[in-house]
Design a protein around this ligand. Structure first.
Ligand code: UTP
Length: 297
């Protein structure tokens, strides 16, 4: 029997410089798509995949995240008094069972691999998921759930993969494919941010992973890689070198890069259009500005 994946790491210790000045005082993960912060989308996806323990790797200035998952007694009391049961129900999704959530500090932003390594003592010897909340994925079946189901068949390490145009590959970790099985590919190498003409394929890794705890051991030995950061990609590629399987999983769904302004705006429009109470007005507005070719000045 394979161990179930019940723990997830949410690395949220990055500086979020692409959203300055907003991220000077607001953690990127608290920024909202319509009315829900990015982190809520990530948590909902993790819950749907059967995750029971939520480990946040945070840094200075991320206090708003901890408050977000706490009870808000005054607010709840006020809503109860006013009979606003619908709003109380919405708030329920933001509460975590006591002990289900843990916060670890990454004292220096030394890279995604280092952030994951900071959680090693809470992971122990079990497979675990990593979710980057900046990558928001709209999907009928949540992306991590698709991956957990596939993982139950294969084991090994698994990364979410997406086809990207060749000129975009250098912005991602890219898979060197050994065998293409359709939804899954067996991987024989991984390169972080390859030069434009050196990408081994057009399959890019995005922010969902299911990893063998041995990856944490690989991170132990790791020195900084591309961009002077400790790269998670390098630690996963190390698994291949030690003859342990790494798979890429072509998920079904649309991924938005909410770590970039353009991606965040696209996600806002897409999630706005998916809401019954907003879609008509928003659609009309979009049509209008496209026709007239002019937005707010
Ligand atoms: P990004 O590369 O998007 O970096 O990190 P960033 O700092 O969040 O944003 P920019 O580029 O300055 O605008 C990808 C993910 O890895 C986490 C981030 O919080 C984000 O979820 N991360 C990155 C860490 O937790 N620690 C790090 O040292 C680096």
């Amino acid at each position: 029997m394979r161990n179930k994946v019940t723990k997830a790491i949410f690395p949220v210790a990055g500086l979020g410089t692409r959203f300055l000045p907003a991220t000077k005082s607001v953690p990127k993960e608290i920024m909202t798509l319509v009315d829900r912060p990015l982190i809520q989308y990530a948590i909902d996806e993790a819950r749907a995949a059967g995750i029971k323990e939520f480990i946040f790797v945070t840094s200075r200035g991320k206090g708003a995240l901890e408050d977000y998952f706490d009870h808000a007694p005054t607010l709840e009391q006020e809503l109860r008094k006013k009979g606003k049961d619908d709003l109380l129900e919405i708030l329920k999704n933001t509460n975590m069972e006591s002990g289900a959530i843990a916060y670890i500090r990454q004292h220096k932003a030394l890279g995604l691999g280092h952030a994951v390594w900071c959680a090693r003592r809470l992971i122990g010897n079990e497979p675990f998921a990593v979710i980057l909340p900046d990558d928001v994925i709209a999907a009928e079946k949540p992306c991590l759930q698709q991956m957990v189901e596939a993982y139950e068949e294969t084991g090994g390490n698994m990364v979410a993969a997406m086809e990207v145009p060749p000129e975009r590959a250098s912005a991602y970790g890219v898979l060197d494919v050994q065998e293409d099985m359709g939804a899954m590919v067996r991987v024989k190498g991984m390169v972080e941010k390859p030069k434009a003409d050196e990408a081994p394929s057009n399959l890019a890794v995005i922010g969902r992973y299911i990893l063998n705890p041995k990856v944490l051991g690989n991170l132990n030995r790791m020195k900084s890689g591309t961009g002077g950061e400790i790269q998670l990609t390098d630690a996963i590629a190390d698994e291949i070198a030690q003859d342990r399987a790494v798979y890429g999983y072509r998920f079904r769904g649309q991924r938005f890069d909410c770590g970039s302004k353009a991606g965040f705006l696209q996600a806002t429009v897409a999630f706005g259009l998916s809401r019954d109470e907003l879609k008509d007005d928003l659609y009309r507005y979009l049509q209008e500005i496209v026709t007239v070719g002019k937005a707010a000045q």
